[in-house]
Design a protein around this ligand. Structure first.
Ligand SMILES: [Mn+2]
Length: 312
């Protein structure tokens, strides 16, 4: 069973509007697509994600984010407990820290994380140029130090505490589609960082296979996939707040999803899909809901939809 959980929080990005991501993706018929593939789908609705007052001396909208994160972590944890695959719809990428942490606390060091994104999202308050928390969820998940003093440091510690006790060490994290990485982030990418350059050089098929091999080497039993729609080139997915040119084409993104599914379905595959985030769909920057439709189609490919149907 797939359990859809909306997290319409957009207080920690550069631009607001991704709070409209969950309804846009639902209107793109995500539920119907997955049911057509034979899955039982349950839409659990949205976790509350209102923006309250924000301390001007701290991280922007931090308290609102933390409140929503606690609720989302619990909702994902409950879904995992029921044996469901949680499918979390953002919202900005900040809340993926909460969803991934639910799986991390359940599977501990047997969880691998695949962060599909133009950005590495491994800034800390001390290294971030913008101060936007949506660029920090991977750093929080892996428990990096804040690098600052004062209120932001206290907030950072409270976030780590809310996500814990288990962490996802960077050695168990793969990134895919990177093309906008800060110099301060680069030395932190200890797992498997695959950039657009790597994809240009070796193609989707080989880089996807590298991820499969790496997951087997790290001996994880569960994989969480966090999909930021900005991994796609803005030509195909313009409806997002931090678009970066030079991304995956529509076909490359689909081929990647299809190969991930092939690996997951292989009889000898030692890991299974724990859950999935689909984030940063921002209808305010979109036309005709095409970005939500691309995201929905990508999820369908990941869950086994093929052009000719049946086995590839
Ligand atoms: Mn991103």
């Amino acid at each position: 069973m797939i359990e859809i959980i909306g997290a319409p929080f957009d207080g920690c990005g550069k631009r607001v509007g991704s709070r409209l991501g969950p309804p846009a993706i639902r209107l793109a018929e995500l539920n119907e697509e997955l049911e057509a593939l034979g899955y039982e789908v349950c839409d659990a609705g949205d976790v509350p994600a209102d923006l309250g007052p924000s301390d001007p001396k701290g991280l922007k909208n931090f308290d609102s984010m933390l409140g929503c994160a606690v609720l989302l972590k619990q909702a994902v944890s409950d879904a995992l407990e029921r044996g469901s695959i949680p499918l979390v719809l953002g919202g900005d990428h900040t809340l993926a820290a909460a969803s991934v942490s639910a799986a991390a606390n359940r599977y501990v060091d047997r969880l691998g994380l695949l962060w599909i994104d133009a950005h590495a999202d491994i800034n800390t308050p001390g290294s971030s140029e913008t101060g936007n928390v949506h660029g920090m969820p991977v750093a929080a998940l892996s428990g990096l130090p804040s690098g600052v003093k004062g209120i932001s440091h206290t907030q950072w510690l409270s976030w780590l505490q809310a996500l814990g006790p288990a962490q996802v060490e960077t050695e168990r994290i793969a990134w895919y589609g990177l093309r906008d990485v800060d110099a301060t982030e680069r030395p932190r990418l200890n797992g498997l960082p695959i950039s657009m350059h790597d994809i240009d050089r070796r193609g989707v098929e080989q880089t996807a296979t590298e991820i499969d091999r790496w997951l087997k080497e790290t001996a994880v039993t569960h994989l969480w996939i966090s999909f930021d729609v900005d991994v796609l080139d803005p030509v195909f997915a313009p409806g997002t707040g931090t678009a970066v040119r030079g991304g995956l084409t529509y076909r490359e993104a689909h081929l990647f999803a299809e190969i991930l599914r092939e690996h997951l379905d292989a009889p000898s595959c030692p890991y299974r899909l724990a859950g999935l985030d689909v984030v940063e769909v921002n209808p305010l920057y979109d036309t005709m809901n095409q970005t939500a439709r691309v995201a929905t189609e990508w999820v369908a490919s990941l869950f086994g939809k093929t052009i000719l149907g049946g086995k590839r």
